[in-house]
Design a protein around this ligand. Structure first.
Ligand SMILES: *Cc1c(COP(=O)(O)O)cnc(C)c1O
Length: 475
């Protein structure tokens, strides 16, 4: 059969409340055109993030009932630990309430002010947690990463030559660890090849620097390797994932992504001394090492989710569905980041709305129109989220790209939901020349995208305002 179907049946349904365009116009005004401030009940198709939004399976719900809520030595922990140990292979497995808690603990233990942590591209919580220790987070992607329309099978790869030069210049003492984010979230869910992991590991080994994976979407990355890297076509995704982990010294993980759970994360390492220091810190803020900020039932749900996400018919359907969305809008003339990533489609708003300058936030304008048109919530990943303030106070430096992310939650939407999204995007594309930009009328000192207020752009009032600094954290 050529038709790829959802490899699951629906057992529980959650009604979607349909809204009219007039209602949505009013909601947009109420929330100052900031989609983070919408009530989810007023959203028809929520593509804000795939993080923690997965539909759990009947096996996960059954596992939830098995949860052991003992404070110490919970059997849920041992079930969770056994699965992570089997798939990831690390010696020490430390649960945390979500990915960023694992990051905070790892970097608190490993980083000092003045040091540098290279990554293919840091996710924003990773960057923020590194910079909080006084170290610097540095991105070393390959050049194709910054060109949305250019096809590259492993656009998430790190530029290993640049890494070699950097270590040669600074000396290994300045670099406490190197990370690879699989898949690279910030740039469209683009994968990293096994050859690249191996090459980066060789560079690190030569200088005695540990290599860690930011492993949030390890299963999607492994499936890309199976589909695109020579020599892996006949290996199972599980074998490929094991090989990825066997090449590195540890990892951070958000179970809200490829753990198919609604909450959770963990930190892994093979280093006994580090593990002890990490557990000491864990007790301070997350909890005892056999629960680490999670309920026993959450650990059980993750244990089941980590195995389910490696099922190849599931990954085949997920990629087919995301590709279907990408191909249909791209065939209709909508510029997207090529090729489609593992968890999302990114629309290139700069190319779609060339008449809106970055200072008027084309990504935000497009996200607002998708909501107005059809109640679809997406996420701007452009200058609203990533612009940098001029240190002297006035103005800001626009982000490198103006993207709108349509993240697909795991197992939540069917083919007809995706068809609805395609129709809406094509309709908005049809009237793209009538879309206008926005200005920010209120913003907090940091993480502005969560609470900023916008108004449709108008020249006279914009002249009076001075945008300020922003960094970002979004899942
Ligand atoms: C989501 C994410 C994180 C942070 O995980 P949380 O569970 O949201 O704290 C870190 N890195 C990447 C690549 C992510 O996608």
């Amino acid at each position: 059969m050529r038709t790829i179907i959802e490899p699951f049946r629906v057992k529980v349904v959650e009604p979607i409340r349909m809204t009219t365009r007039e209602e949505r116009d009013a909601y947009l005004k109420e929330v100052w055109y900031n989609l983070f401030l919408l009530r989810s009940e007023n959203v028809i198709i929520d593509l804000l993030t795939d993080s923690g939004t997965a539909a759990m399976s009947s096996e996960q719900w059954a596992a939830i009932m098995r949860g052991d809520e003992s404070y110490a030595g919970s059997s849920s922990f041992y079930r969770f630990e056994a699965v992570v140990h089997d798939l990831y292979g690390f010696k020490h497995i430390i649960p945390t309430h979500q990915g960023r808690a694992a990051e905070r603990i790892l970097f608190s233990v490993m980083c000092k002010p003045g040091q540098i942590v290279p990554n293919n591209t840091h996710f924003d919580t990773t960057r923020a947690n590194i910079e909080y220790t006084g170290a610097e987070a540095m991105d070393l992607p390959i050049p194709a990463f910054y060109e949305p329309s250019v096809y590259h099978p492993f656009k998430g790869n790190m530029d290993a030559e640049q890494l070699r030069t950097l270590i040669g210049r600074l000396g290994p003492g300045r670099i406490p660890l190197v990370m690879l984010t699989v898949t690279s979230n910030s740039g469209g869910g683009q994968p990293v090849s096994m050859a690249n992991i191996r090459e980066v590991k060789e560079v690190c080994s030569r200088y005695g620097i540990p290599l860690y994976l930011d492993a949030c979407r390890f299963a999607e990355n492994a499936y890309f390797i199976k589909l695109r890297e020579k020599g892996y076509e006949d290996k199972s995704v599980e074998e490929i994932a094991r090989e990825m982990f066997s090449l590195v010294d540890g990892c951070t993980m958000s179970a809200k992504k490829d753990g198919l759970a609604n909450i959770g994360g963990f930190l892994c390492t093979n280093d006994d001394l580090l593990a002890q220091q990490e557990k000491d810190l864990l007790i301070l803020t997350e909890g005892f090492p056999t629960y680490g900020g999670l309920a026993g039932r959450d650990l059980d749900a993750i244990a089941v989710g980590l195995r389910e996400v490696l099922q190849e018919d599931y990954l085949q359907y997920r990629f087919a569905s995301i590709n279907y969305l990408g191909r249909h809008i791209s065939d209709g003339g909508v510029p997207i980041v090529e090729p489609p990533g593992g968890h999302a489609i990114f629309i290139d708003a700069k190319a779609m709305l060339p008449h809106i300058p970055p200072e008027q936030y084309p990504g935000q304008a497009l996200a607002v129109e998708l909501y107005r048109e059809a109640g679809i919530r997406s996420c701007e990943i452009g200058s609203v989220m990533l612009a940098q303030r001029n240190p002297c106070g006035d103005g800001e430096k626009p982000a490198a790209m103006e993207l709108v992310r349509l993240a697909i939650p795991h197992r939540v939407f069917t083919q007809s939901h995706i068809d609805y999204v395609i129709e809406a995007i094509l309709q908005v594309h049809e009237r793209r020349e009538t879309i206008r930009g926005y200005s920010i009328v209120y913003q907090p000192p940091f993480l502005r995208h969560f609470s900023a207020r916008f108004e449709p752009y108008d020249e006279a009032s914009a002249a009076k305002r001075k945008p300020a600094y922003a960094t970002s954290i979004v899942a």
